[in-house]
Design a protein around this ligand. Structure first.
Ligand SMILES: NC(=O)c1ccc[n+]([C@@H]2O[C@H](COP(=O)([O-])OP(=O)(O)OC[C@H]3O[C@@H](n4cnc5c(N)ncnc54)[C@H](O)[C@@H]3O)[C@@H](O)[C@H]2O)c1
Length: 426
């Protein structure tokens, strides 16, 4: 891996890629009309003027447009990767060259480099942190607690990060407000479901070029992401099996028309396994041990611990690299080959480009408005996990509909009155 480290504070793989990155960033922007409207307002109003802000995010074209929006609002922004495999090097190069953003992100960086970038971000002494998975906030609370006093607030992009923040809150160590962007309806209803649904399959297909039609795909976890993956994989002609631990989600999967069974059983029949649980070791040694020859296993949950790859290594030979992002292990007991994609990291970002811009438009509108909200309400919000007011969610949805040229009905005064009354019945 080639890398450029410079005293002006950047670490990107290949600065010469900036032109390609710029073209892709500007194309993505066309699919992000809500974010664009926010950027135009931010340019005029400067609500983030002088704020030191760190964003830890997947360095994609959509994130570049988020950073441009924050900059337009007056923030001094620094960007680091939120995953060692999710950076698009051309985008990182363009952000540095074309928008003067300090970026520390290299596709394929080691875990050590990733962690050192988290510290570089904290050396910037941020007042606002945009986190994706809560690694920056967790590092601050574990290793650099004195900096908590500088923090106006943080925002969190993903389900796993919110789960971690809630655990910090229960322990009483979260001493600043954190907005759970993931929990906005205009985020997880769309990004987690349609974004992850489409881009996960995109990642699998780009990595392998396999036909999905007629395959048995096991979707592990039927939350927002799992529903999207199962729905889209069915659309491609696959037979879906869902595994769950939550009875309500399991019955939902059944009524959506999917087979539900425990992993011990699913492991013996699946052709392709996709984990989206946010949980640890949901595919473990005993499951790998009984898989069919050439079963394909991948993850689209936030961290790479959903597959117990150490256990797989313990019971197999290899791996052999078949092609980029595709490694084959051979089970010692029977020679069956297990194929792991993207080293168990989020496959939609490792082998594809993450969610399309059109869906990230709403997620990043939420991010931008959350940062503005934290600053506007500086000193007023209690420490702990917050969600943006519902009106903001509704406003984002309305702007998106407007941009798509779609109108909806409005309540008549008679209907409004009826819906807030109780007198009329049979
Ligand atoms: N790849 C991406 O781009 C992307 C995008 C959004 C979210 N995520 C991540 O994906 C993961 C899932 O997010 P979500 O919003 O769907 O969360 P969610 O909470 O809606 O769903 C997770 C589901 O997994 C189930 N589950 C937990 N342990 C399980 C186990 N052992 N076996 C089977 N099912 C189990 C839960 O019951 C739940 O229904 C998180 O890590 C999140 O951060 C990834």
């Amino acid at each position: 891996m080639k890398s450029t480290s410079s005293p002006v504070g950047i670490e990107v793989a290949e600065p010469t890629l900036s032109e390609e990155g710029k073209r892709r960033i500007e194309w993505a922007e066309r699919e992000m009309p809500v974010l664009r409207l926010i950027r135009e307002r931010f340019t005029k109003e400067q609500p983030l003027r002088g704020i030191r802000l760190v964003a830890c995010a997947h360095v994609t074209t959509e994130t570049a447009n988020l950073v441009r929006t924050l900059q337009a609002g007056g923030a001094e922004a620094l960007l680091i990767a939120s995953n060692p495999l999710s950076t698009q090097d051309d985008v990182a190069a363009s952000l540095v060259a074309d928008w003067g953003v300090p970026v520390y992100a290299i596709k394929g960086e080691s875990t050590e480099t990733y962690k050192s970038h988290v510290h570089t971000a904290l050396d910037f002494r941020p007042e606002v942190i945009i986190d994706d998975g809560s690694d920056v906030v967790a590092t601050l609370l574990k290793e650099r607690r004195s900096q908590a006093a500088d923090i106006i607030g943080t925002t969190e992009e993903t389900t796993t990060g919110v789960v971690r923040l809630e655990a910090m809150q229960r322990m009483g160590i979260l001493t600043f407000p954190s907005i759970a962007v993931n929990n906005a309806q205009t985020k997880h209803f769309f990004d987690n479901r349609y974004g992850t649904g489409q881009s996960t399959l995109d990642g699998i297909v780009r990595a392998t070029n396999i036909l999905l039609a007629g395959r048995t795909i096991v979707v592990v976890g039927y939350g927002w992401c799992g529903k999207g993956v199962a729905m889209r994989a069915r659309g491609m002609g696959a037979n879906i099996i869902v595994t769950e631990i939550n009875p309500i989600k399991a019955i939902e999967a059944v009524m959506d028309g999917f087979r539900v069974m425990p992993m011990a059983e699913a492991a013996t029949v699946g052709d392709i396994f996709i984990t989206v649980t946010g949980n640890r070791h949901v595919i473990d040694e005993q499951h790998f041990a009984v898989m069919k020859d050439s079963a394909i296993v991948c993850n689209s949950g936030h961290f790479d611990l959903e597959l117990n790859l150490d256990a797989l290594k313990g019971i197999s030979e290899g791996p052999t690299q078949l092609r980029r992002y595709v490694e084959e292990y051979s089970l010692k007991r029977n020679g069956n080959r297990i194929i792991v994609l993207g080293e168990g990291r989020l496959i939609n970002l490792a082998a594809a480009e993450g969610h399309p811009a059109s869906v990230m438009d709403m997620s990043f509108a939420n991010q931008s408005l959350s940062v503005e909200y934290l600053i506007k309400h500086r000193g007023e919000l209690k420490p702990g996990v917050h969600v943006l007011p519902e009106e903001v969610d509704t406003e984002i949805a309305s702007l998106k509909l407007q941009a798509l040229g779609i109108s909806l009905d409005v309540l008549t005064p008679e209907q409004s009155e009826y819906l807030s009354s109780w007198e009329t019945g049979t």
